[in-house]
Design a protein around this ligand. Sequence first.
Ligand SMILES: Nc1ncnc2c1ncn2[C@@H]1O[C@H](COP(=O)(O)OP(=O)(O)OP(=O)(O)O)[C@@H](O)[C@H]1O
Ligand SMILES: [Mg+2]
Length: 320
Amino acid sequence: MVPGRDEREDELPEVEPVPDDDHEGNEPVLGRHERYRGKFPIEVRGLCNSFGEQVIHQDLDLTVRRGEIIGVVGGSGTGKSVLMRSVIGLQLPSAGRIDVFGRSITTGDPDDVVGVRNRWGVLFQGGALFSTLTVGENVEVPLKKFYPELSDELTHEIARYKIKLSGLPEDAVAKYPSELSGGMKKRAGLARALALDPELLFLDEPTAGLDPIGAAAFDRLTRELQRTLGLTVFLITHDLDTLHEICDRVAVLADHKVIAVDTVPRLMELDHPWIQEYFNGPRGRAALTAQALDELKKHMDMPIAASAVKALDKRTSKGA
Ligand SMILES: Nc1ncnc2c1ncn2[C@@H]1O[C@H](COP(=O)(O)OP(=O)(O)OP(=O)(O)O)[C@@H](O)[C@H]1O
Ligand SMILES: [Mg+2]
């Protein structure tokens, strides 16, 4: 089950408190092998983004907790990818402040992001693999950039390990992106995102275009990696199954801002037309039924669960 807000806060390891009055300035640069110990790896305040006349974000706030998988949803074009690009410093906002690992990345001063950029990994919406490089070489790109002192042999070895960790067969190392299926490309992108042992992982629509089985496998992999590697995951998705299955909380983008951040069940109680249509529409209900079915199947030895599974199975096969 996806833990609720309070349970997750209990799960958070002891953290050194960040004094509020220290927040105007940057926190000290983290040592290269030191992990971030603050509570909130991402804090966005009053973010504004526009392209010409088109306003994308207006006074957007969002706080991401360490160790959570936060889903980001919103209609197409609401600015989910632009938000992600702002957080990783690829899009300088017109106003607002973004702190990542306690350091402002919106001042435009490259010194401010020292020791921060190599702590995150990104899987872009389109995959963004270099088409002229093999999968192995793609994964080596960030390694060579941030750790040029590593020997070639060690760099190859780390890349091979990340490729395996992402669930690709060993022979994928030497393949070019054009030789991979859509699902394999996503996994190759994930391997590259994991190259630097990130603490923060950004995934933009990782299951889009995958068949339901491939999408469910990718979800399980994301959850497993988040748990075993202690990652915080910023996950943009339209996939209702993903939201139900693996997200601890979900942030909803609408009206140029984040209008709500909560667990899916609590979001479903909110009286907002987009939220109601999205989560309580036919697809939302089907995803919920499928999740209930999965939960019940774990208890098939109990007669009450077995009969409920039969009833739900009938509903889902009719497309409820
Ligand atoms: N570099 C850019 N220049 C001009 N407009 C842009 C740029 N990048 C994004 N936009 C516009 O900003 C809006 C938000 O784009 P964004 O890619 O963030 O949407 P999204 O919420 O990720 O949508 P989708 O769910 O379809 O991926 C869109 O209208 C898009 O056309
Ligand atoms: Mg997008």
